[in-house]
Design a binder for this molecule. Structure first.
Ligand SMILES: Cc1cn([C@H]2C[C@H](O)[C@@H](COP(=O)(O)OP(=O)(O)O[C@H]3O[C@H](C)C(=O)[C@H](O)[C@H]3O)O2)c(=O)[nH]c1=O
Length: 177
């Protein structure tokens, strides 16, 4: 697997290196040691989850867990295609308030490593999207916070307007650090 740095400190795109033969290919999609060698202080995977989104144009986010319930997150699309976005909301970070977006797809098998303290969200770019999550912390109910996908504090440029957003996601107040 290949780690590609992003505009967000500690966040990496993960591209696979297919090892192919006549049957198809095998590829590593996560390696704790590779991340640690890149300076990422992440724990082992404690929980994995899926997010199933039948409709193109569904937006989920922007979400984060407050400390000490933060979680490092590895995200990939196991079906369909998403535009995945991270926003750095760590006030002491060199990339504070900066956003980064990338297309993740089942076809490319690519992933995104999202450090704790960053807001995360995605817009589905196809029907029948499943997003796979791996986290290094247990989910803590009630410890989530959020910001709107179009909060002027970040200026995120999305590929197109969402057509389906949950009431909670559309009604977050303006971001205030
Ligand atoms: C995140 C999470 C949720 N849940 C439960 C809580 C609710 O009963 C139900 C749906 O949760 P929610 O509406 O917060 O799901 P999303 O709106 O997809 O939230 C996620 O979307 C953005 C894009 C993310 O990056 C996070 O993974 C997460 O915040 O699953 C759990 O049991 N465990 C979990 O880890």
């Amino acid at each position: 697997m290949i780690l590609k740095p992003t505009d967000i400190a500690g966040a990496f795109l993960i591209e696979v290196e297919p090892l192919g033969d006549e049957r198809g290919f095998f590829a590593r999609t996560f390696c704790l040691e590779t991340l640690r060698k890149a300076g990422v202080n992440t724990g082992p995977v404690r929980q994995t989850s899926i997010s199933v989104n039948p409709r193109r144009g569904t937006l989920r986010g922007m979400h984060w867990q407050v400390e000490p319930f933060g979680e490092n997150k590895l995200v990939r699309a196991s079906s369909g295609t998403i535009y995945d976005v991270i926003v750095d909301i760590r006030p002491t970070s060199s990339s504070f308030r900066r956003w980064f977006g990338a297309e993740l797809s089942a076809v490319r098998h690519n992933g995104l490593f999202i450090p704790r303290g960053c807001a995360h969200g995605f817009l589905t770019q196809s029907d029948d999207v499943t997003v796979e999550y791996a986290m290094d912390a247990d989910f803590a109910p009630g410890q989530g916070r959020g910001a709107r996908w179009n909060d002027p504090a970040f200026g995120i440029v999305w590929p197109f307007e969402p057509v389906l957003i949950g009431d909670r996601d559309r009604s977050y107040p303006d971001f205030a650090p």
